[in-house]
Write a protein of this length. Structure first.
Length: 254
């Protein structure tokens, strides 16, 4: 099997970090002053959105007012419902390639204010992302995102080196939302066995006021009629069922 230079660099970095976590004493060996890990290896220099199936968008809309969105293995957000925009912000304002969970969480300062356990959430997502990345480390759409994140986020640079691997972060997310505190329990669902799409849906914690806040946000949205958001010099107009990059319609403001 052919091993590329990128694979060798990844494996060398992995071995270095794992070695740094194991002390000689844990292995029953005598510690010496000659052991050196940090800096042992010199640092190496280091897509269009997927259109979701129409029935998948209908499912997301049916979950409203509970927020939900769909991601691909690279964590690009390819579809979402109106409640997800109410709670997490309008994903539609990001261009293709940057409509990505990791990019948004690591480069938008407001996300640190929104998520009470922001660092825990991002590190868990990053460890989940690495599982998918390890299957295609030489593909430009993956290496390009990693390179962009390394340049844009010091947190990413520090945490990416840890080589942590984890399953989806299915624990309660507490939010400091402008409408009031929220607590959301996530559910992670694979669309089907032949798909690489994942649905992330959130249900309000019953012992909190989250359900009432989500319903109030939906009422305000419905009272305003058709949603309007400024997007790239025009306005994205949508009704129920059009909250994805594939279905957004742009018109010039009047």
């Amino acid at each position: 099997m052919m091993i590329t230079d990128q694979r060798r660099r990844e494996f060398a970095e992995f071995l270095r970090t794992q070695r740094g976590r194991i002390s000689p004493e844990k292995l029953g060996l005598r510690s010496t002053t000659r052991r050196r890990v940090e800096g042992q290896y010199p640092p190496q220099p280091g897509p269009k959105a997927v259109a979701p199936p129409a029935n998948l968008q209908l499912l997301l809309d049916a979950l409203d007012p509970d927020p939900a969105y769909v991601i691909c293995p690279r964590f690009d957000v390819i579809a979402w419902n109106a409640s997800a925009a109410d709670v997490f912000g309008d994903f539609g304002r990001y261009p293709d390639g940057l409509r990505n969970l990791l990019w948004i969480l690591l480069t938008e300062p407001s996300m640190q204010d929104l998520f009470v356990e922001w660092e825990r959430f991002v590190r868990c997502l990053l460890a989940w992302f690495r599982r998918a990345y390890s299957k295609a480390p030489d593909e430009p759409k993956w290496t390009g995102l990693v390179t962009a994140l390394e340049r844009a986020s010091p947190h990413f640079r520090a945490w990416w080196k840890l080589h942590e691997v984890a399953t989806p972060p299915d624990w309660r997310k507490e939010l400091r939302h402008v409408s009031g505190p929220m607590a959301l329990d996530p559910i992670t669902l694979l669309v089907n066995s032949g798909s690489d799409l994942t649905i992330i849906a959130f249900t309000p914690a019953r012992e909190t006021d989250t359900e009432a806040r989500l319903e109030n946000l939906a009422k305000v949205r419905m009272a305003n009629g058709t949603g309007r958001k400024n997007v790239a010099g025009g306005y994205a107009l949508w009704t129920k069922g059009s909250h994805s990059s594939a279905e957004a319609r742009l018109t010039k403001p009047r």
